[in-house]
Design a protein. Structure first.
Ligand code: NAD
Length: 299
């Protein structure tokens, strides 16, 4: 029978991911600072413990899915953190999207305790997490990749090895910077077309058979009424929050600064998402930039 797997962070993503581990027969031992997050997993038979340290006491494979860098630092190196009681030889996999420099720090700290830390951020939203179709971008020692893949393939359709620790985050940050730029570009283009008298559905159809086509135009169109089953069809609820996108663009800016890389459109996208957070869009899906641009133009 399969040995237990620890899971820390049972939010929008962690909750369905942990459920998929259970579906594949892994007993899950979980923890989250927010008791309400643990409810569903407990009902499904997962053991819920008080702290990451308690989880590390019992499981030698642990997956973490937390909002941002400070939470990851706390969960690994804090007073009740995993590394306080980690077993030698443990495999620690962090799927949060965070600063790659923090992933590297966590790997060094884990190594001092005889454990292996890998970064494995994901692409694909709550839908992909639920259906087990996430893409994992994995960084860390290559000889540990297969052990990580055994668990990650229960939660994802693609598990891609990227290189040393932190490179999974690098891939994720690059993807999300392009995603944000593409979304803003799609939103402003659709808005211009509408102002020029085009029907938004027709314009989307033309873009999607032309060279302007992108994921934001054909799979996640930001204009209400163009597509069904996307956040724009549901008042921008659910999906990928503007706050999280602003965080990822901030990470892109940090890494660009550190490597002296010009990213002018990434920088502008960051500022646009920061403005949205300050103006009431924080908890809406990031495709609400379409609505934001309409307001800016004084509808
Ligand atoms: P979330 O805020 O819904 O969930 C995070 C969970 O972590 C919460 O339940 C919170 O209580 C818990 N937590 C925070 N600090 C903790 C601590 N110290 N100890 C234990 N638990 C703690 O976030 P999410 O949407 O699940 O996203 C998680 C990560 O995945 C983020 O880095 C995000 O950028 C990334 N991501 C999200 C999506 C998406 O569509 N939501 C897609 C891809 C990647």
């Amino acid at each position: 029978s399969k040995t237990q797997v620890g899971f820390i962070g049972l939010g929008n993503m962690g909750n369905p991911m942990a459920k998929n581990l259970m579906k594949h027969g892994y007993p899950v031992i979980a923890s989250d600072v927010f008791p309400e997050s643990c409810k569903e997993l407990r009902e499904l038979g997962a053991q819920i413990l008080d702290s990451p340290a308690d989880v590390a006491d019992k499981a030698d494979r642990i997956v973490t899915m937390l909002p941002s860098s400070p939470n990851v630092i706390d969960v690994y190196t804090g007073p009740n953190g995993i590394l306080k009681r980690v077993k030698k030889g443990s495999l620690l996999i962090d799927s949060s999207t965070i600063d790659p420099a923090v992933s590297k720090e966590m790997a060094v700290a884990a190594e001092k305790r005889g454990a292996v830390f890998m970064d494995a951020p994901v692409s694909g939203g709550v839908g992909a997490a639920t259906s087990g179709k996430l893409t994992f971008m994995v960084g860390g020692p290559e000889e540990e990749f297969n052990a990580a893949k055994e668990l990650l393939s229960c939660m994802g359709a693609n598990v891609v090895y990227c290189g040393q620790v932190g490179t999974g985050q690098a891939a994720k940050i690059c993807n999300n910077m392009l995603l944000a730029i593409g979304m803003i570009g799609t939103a402003e283009t659709m808005n211009l077309g509408i102002r020029l008298g085009l029907d938004p559905k027709l314009l989307a159809k033309i873009l999607n058979m032309s060279s302007g086509r992108c994921w934001s135009s054909d799979t996640y169109n930001p204009v209400p009424g163009v597509m069904e089953g996307v956040p724009s069809a549901n008042n921008y609820q659910g999906g990928f929050g503007t706050t999280l996108m602003a965080k990822d663009l901030g990470l892109a800016q940090n890494t660009a600064t550190n490597t002296k890389t010009p990213v002018p459109l990434g920088s502008l996208a960051h500022q646009i998402y920061r403005m949205m957070c300050a103006r009431g869009y924080a908890s809406k899906d990031f495709s609400s930039v379409f609505q934001f641009l309409r307001e800016e133009e004084g509808q």
